[in-house]
Design a protein around this ligand. Structure first.
Ligand code: ADP
Ligand code: ADP
Ligand code: MG
Length: 461
């Protein structure tokens, strides 16, 4: 087959990232956009740009018919969904294929099987991959679920099968809480994802979030090692590293092999990430979910392996076999990514769209920025607040931390607050530098270190 013209059904920094991979492969690009995004860098740089509707995502980036019409009108032969929006929507993947186009990702059936978190747990169990103790499939009988929660032991997590981005999750400490929270979680999931299915998992306290990047061509699957994403706020990642400094080589190998086994068991095609919780104290890891798309934090993996994950996912979508064997994928050094959001970290992370009135970007050895900024750009207020990611690489984690400090010192975004001062403040923390963190480490830290973040913000101003 092979792809000659790729339509990018996304916006912001990931739209640019996809565009660059396409251009590196000699593929033409069509950038769709909303009325609010006409000044977006990805629109300016694409070979063609097509407006598909008004600002609200439901009327543009989530409008399947409008996107397919743009593909027909432009003669695109493939669609890349990026992350978020329609990237894990099985109906969209099916509709793209039904229209005679290539979907850059797995089939609708694979998305249904792995994108539904309860179904993915069942696939993991079948492939012999350890999961968090919890319900088998979706909860249908509340009384039975409450009894099961008692058996597993409180606290338990109530999770939406269709959930993502940290939404649709509740923690129940007691049976009584469970009775009130379970119907709430179901209603919220129904409203947010159009699917009220929920399941339960034991809460693993003080766990780390580790994940494995894989790529499949429908026959073979390779892994690109692990990432650690334990620094989270509201269950959303804010800082990611590759590899996880918490894993020894034996555990890393077992973790990566379990991810390959699970992906192979579903003949996976495309880029995917298997997320796990890792318990330092026992050395145990538990599969929690699979993201059947490219992830925000993929650059840290590219930095330690030297491979272009976007290019490879476009190649395999076009029908090519994997260009890499497992032995071709080696890792070197350590990479760290921090998420630059248009939010004020000194003011409860209030979103703060505005006009970029001045801009100085970090550069030099081991520094990469995937971003959507340019001087004079007015950030539209309608979408996710991610402006870009600052990524650094060095031989060791310690050197990468030092380099991150250097790069943050060079970075200057005028006109709106960003999360950069948070990262400058974090770099001074001894626990973080020693990697003594877990998924609930950052939130209390933010409470007790608000003064440091405010100080860093003043220093940068
Ligand atoms: P990653 O590990 O790549 O950061 P996230 O789960 O944080 O993955 O999601 C990446 C982006 O996609 C975020 O902007 C998030 O808000 C969005 N997102 C994830 N899942 C959904 C979903 N089901 N519906 C809408 N947006 C989603
Ligand atoms: P999402 O689809 O929203 O990304 P995940 O299932 O990946 O949801 O969980 C998001 C985050 O919630 C994890 O990174 C972790 O911090 C926390 N979490 C999820 N499941 C558990 C669990 N069983 N115990 C403790 N924390 C959990
Ligand atoms: Mg997740």
């Amino acid at each position: 087959m092979g792809i000659t013209k790729l339509l990018i059904a996304n916006r912001g920094e990931i739209a640019l990232r996809i565009q660059r991979a396409a251009r590196d492969l000699g593929i033409k690009t069509v950038q769709v956009h909303s009325e609010a995004d006409t000044e977006m860098l990805a629109v300016k740089l694409a070979d063609e740009a097509i407006c598909i509707g008004p600002a609200p995502a439901a009327k543009s980036y989530l409008d399947i018919d409008a996107i397919l019409k743009a593909a027909r009108d432009s003669g695109a032969d493939a669609i890349h969904p990026g992350y978020g929006f329609l990237s894990e929507n099985a109906e969209f993947a099916d509709a793209v294929v039904a229209a005679g186009l290539i979907f850059v990702g797995p089939s609708g059936d694979t998305i249904r099987m792995m994108g539904d978190k309860a179904a993915a747990r069942a696939s993991a169990l079948a492939a012999g991959v350890p999961t968090v103790p919890g319900s088998e499939g979706i909860i249908t009988d509340m009384a039975a679920a409450e009894a099961l929660a008692g058996q597993i032991g409180f606290p338990v997590m109530i999770k939406a099968a269709a959930g993502g981005g940290g939404r649709g999750i509740r923690v129940a400490e007691t049976a009584e809480e469970f009775r009130t929270l379970a119907p709430q979680a179901s209603a919220e999931a129904k409203a947010a994802f159009g699917d009220g299915g929920i399941y339960i998992e034991k809460l693993i306290a003080r766990a780390r979030h580790v994940e494995v990047q894989i790529m499949g061509d429908g026959q073979d699957v390779v892994h690109f090692f692990d990432r650690e994403c334990s620094l989270q706020r509201r269950r959303q990642k804010v800082w990611e590293e590759a590899p996880s400094a918490a894993l020894d080589d034996t555990t890393r190998e077992a973790l990566c092999q379990s991810a390959v086994a699970l992906a192979k068991s579903v003949n996976y095609l495309g880029a995917g990430t298997l997320e796990y919780l890792y318990d330092d104290a026992t050395g145990a890891f538990y599969f929690i979910e699979m993201n059947t798309r490219i992830q925000v934090e993929h650059p840290v993996t590219e930095m330690i392996t030297g491979h272009d994950l976007l290019a490879e996912m476009i190649r395999v979508a076009g029908g090519a076999p994997l260009s890499l064997r497992q032995s071709d994928i080696q890792r070197r050094g350590h990479a760290i990514e921090v998420r630059l959001n248009a939010e004020d970290p000194a003011n409860n992370f209030m979103p703060f769209p505005g006009v970029v009135s001045g801009l100085r970007l970090p550069d030099g050895p081991g520094v990469r920025m995937d971003h959507m900024l340019y001087q004079g750009y007015a950030i539209p207020p309608f979408y996710d607040s991610l402006l870009g990611k600052l990524v650094v690489w060095a031989d060791t984690r310690e050197a990468a931390l030092t380099r991150l400090g250097r790069a943050l010192g060079e970075l200057q975004v005028d006109g709106l607050p960003t999360t950069a001062p948070l990262f400058s403040a974090l770099l001074g923390d001894a626990e973080l530098r020693a990697n003594h963190v877990h998924t609930k480490w950052l939130e209390p830290w933010l409470e007790t270190h608000a003064h440091l973040i405010a100080q860093e913000k003043d220093k940068a101003a």
